[in-house]
Ligand binder design. Structure first.
Ligand code: ADP
Length: 629
């Protein structure tokens, strides 16, 4: 006999599950059935794909039974099974590294998130919500020895040798008092119909049925076994035959989300390629969307046979929030998972799927403002990744991404921006590198505002990488197509549309002042220039056309990249501001140095850049203020 300690995270998880998720206990049955279904899928696949398994005779099924008196409930399958090592690996640890995030999320928001069960491979443990002890007897296909895993979920589990007639797994729950309500025919049927109706394998329930004689006395008790799920692959039915509820229910089953999806798209392709796809967009971004080891959401079937649900190549990474299935008629059943990615058929299905999803999203954006808003708030960010990585679909994605703006509330599209443009505005302007508030308050926007020119507020880190790379926005309107360059307002040269250059008089008046500032700042700046974009503020910083912004450099450094060269800003000063004009008649080197540095430091501060020497700034500022008296 071998006694083992659960890995600490399992103990923690068990504790949380049992104490936090009990309001939705019934999902334990869905989790066990779906594990069985996965195990059957795996064996079914091996039977066609692997010589070693071809001899196995296999009539896949899941069996549920219960005994109210003994307080037990059993879920059994004749799937792939587990050997001793696999029992310990699968039921004694949590494999996924996203678990920590899951635990944190769960602790913060305990009761709502029972739908998170499964997302991180915690499904099996949910059975401890209704059981005080669980025994799992399993025999791996093609192996003789069976093993029994048992635990009360309190930190320790045992694995001993055992026996089992056939390959597969039997999960026996010793129910708690509260769990006893599930030892009931109607309850079980109801839960299975709701959650697992479309599981592709037959689910049988064994129960006792009493027989009565004419006088109403109990005559006999017969044990019966009945199939309780429909087992049809929903996606194979025609759209007309499927109700909204069925679509939703199927979504919940494959995604393990408890909420209805935001959108579904069901496509049947016939012709040179035959396949069916059923895709869903969730209402909420999956918890692991920003984890490198996120769980892919699309399953691949070939002629209804499950092939894999663990292939990140089935759908592009930037669409990783999409859930659903692809069922192909043209792939060979024994297609190896390794060569899937190069498979022409799959490549074609994939690219058609992406186009389909993009066009459905476009339609959503035009027809359902409420849903579209939900979509944008959850998935705008991964779409932007698509701009970066998916060249072929870039134009379509660019129509879908949304930005904030200096003139409208909420989100706006580039098309809407273009429609609001005045006259022959040459560029689409944006400001990036900070949070929304800092950006909106930036002095760089003063003249754009005064001129009524809209500026897009790009407050996400990814914008700084993606937008310069996209470079332009093209609009096809019938035959005529228009194109605009996307221009950052903090790049030098972005001010040409803001008005005339400062006149020669202003310029010659300012020249000695500029020289004074330049000398005082030395190599703190790349250059000092007269500004035409400032109205009220005395100064602002801009980046040289080819330099990244200071905020970007700061961000890269914070991410641990230390080979970022020191980027020097260009300081622009407002020729009409008293702080600047005041320098004209002074030759006091300290006053000039103080003013020049304060002009630069305040411009940095407004842009959210951290000052290297804040004390120095404060000292200079105080000196200037006292001198004024
Ligand atoms: P998940 O199913 O999300 O991976 P679970 O905790 O439910 O997480 O299960 C952990 C692992 O245990 C599964 O990935 C699988 O390898 C194994 N397992 C669970 N139930 C069965 C079963 N009935 N047959 C075979 N393997 C199973």
């Amino acid at each position: 006999m071998a006694q083992h300690q659960f890995k600490t995270e399992v103990s923690k998880l068990l504790h949380l599950i049992i104490h936090s998720l009990y309001s939705n206990r019934e999902v334990f049955l869905r989790e066990l059935v779906s594990n069985s279904s996965d195990a059957l899928d795996k064996l079914k696949y091996l039977c066609v794909a692997d010589e070693a398994f071809k001899g196995i005779s296999f009539d896949p099924r899941i069996d549920i039974s219960f005994d109210k008196n003994k307080k037990t409930l059993t879920v059994a399958d004749n799937g792939i099974g587990m050997n001793e090592q696999e029992l310990a690996d699968s039921l004694g640890t949590i494999a996924q590294s996203g678990t920590k995030a899951f635990l944190e999320k769960l602790e913060a928001d305990a009761k709502k998130d029972s739908n998170l069960i499964g997302q991180f491979g915690v499904g099996f443990y949910s059975a401890f919500m209704v059981a005080e002890k669980i025994e799992v007897t399993s025999r791996k296909a093609n192996e003789e020895q069976a093993w029994i895993w048992s635990s009360d979920g309190k930190g320790i589990y045992d694995i001993e040798s055992s026996s089992r007639d056939t390959h597969g797994t039997t999960v026996l729950l010793h129910l708690t008092e509260e769990g006893l309500e599930y030892a009931n025919r109607w309850t079980i049927e109801d839960i299975i119909k709701r959650y697992s109706n479309h599981v592709a394998f037959p689910i049988y329930l064994t129960f006792d049925e009493k027989e009565w004689d004419d006088k109403g006395n109990e005559k006999d008790v017969k044990t019966k076994t009945e199939r309780i799920n429909s087992g049809t692959a929903l996606w194979r039915k025609s759209k007309k035959e499927i109700t909204q509820e069925e679509y939703n229910e199927f979504y919940k089953q494959i995604s393990r989300d408890n909420e209805d999806p935001l959108l579904y798209m069901h496509t049947k392709a016939e012709g040179s390629l035959e396949y069916i796809t059923l895709f869903y967009i969730p209402k909420k971004a999956p918890m692991d969307m920003f984890h490198a080891d996120y769980k892919p959401g699309v399953k691949l079937y070939v002629k209804r046979v499950f092939i894999t649900d663990d292939d990140k190549e089935l759908i592009p990474v930037w669409l990783r929030f999409v859930r659903g299935i692809i069922d192909s008629e043209d792939l060979p059943l024994n297609v190896s998972r390794e060569i899937l990615q190069q498979n022409k058929v799959l490549v074609n299905i994939k690219s058609a799927s992406v186009k389909k999803i993009l066009s459905e999203l476009k339609t959503l954006s035009e027809t359902d403002a409420e849903k579209w808003k939900t979509f944008v708030s959850e998935f705008n960010r991964p779409l932007k990744e698509g701009l970066y990585s998916d060249w072929t679909n870039r134009d379509a994605i660019l129509e879908l991404v949304r930005f904030k703006s200096s003139v409208v509330e909420g989100w706006t599209s580039l098309a809407e921006y273009a429609a609001r443009m005045k006259g022959d505005q040459k560029y689409i302007y944006y400001i990036s590198g900070g949070n929304e508030r800092t950006l909106k308050a930036s002095p760089l926007l003063e003249s754009y505002r005064a001129k009524g020119i809209e500026v897009l507020i790009m407050d996400e880190e990814i914008d700084e990488i993606v937008v310069p790379q996209v470079g332009r926005y093209k609009q096809n309107a019938g035959d005529a197509s228009k194109e605009w360059e996307l221009k950052a307002v903090n790049q030098s040269g972005a001010d040409e549309e803001l008005g005339e250059k400062p006149d020669t008089k202003t310029e010659s008046d300012a020249k000695p002042i500029i020289e004074k500032i330049k000398n005082a700042l030395g190599d703190r700046v790349k250059d000092v220039k007269l500004s035409r974009r400032l109205l009220d503020s005395p100064s602002c910083i801009v980046a040289d056309a080819n330099d990244p912004s200071l905020q970007m450099a700061q961000m890269l450094k914070a991410m641990g990249q230390d080979n970022i060269p020191d980027i020097k800003p260009i300081l622009e000063v407002n020729p009409n501001h008293p702080l600047v004009t005041g320098l004209k008649d002074t030759e006091d080197a300290l006053v000039i140095a103080d003013t020049a540095n304060v002009l630069l430091d305040q411009a940095l501060l407004v842009e959210g850049v951290k000052l290297k020497e804040p004390a120095d700034f404060v000292k200079r500022l105080n000196r200037l203020l006292s001198q004024k008296k």
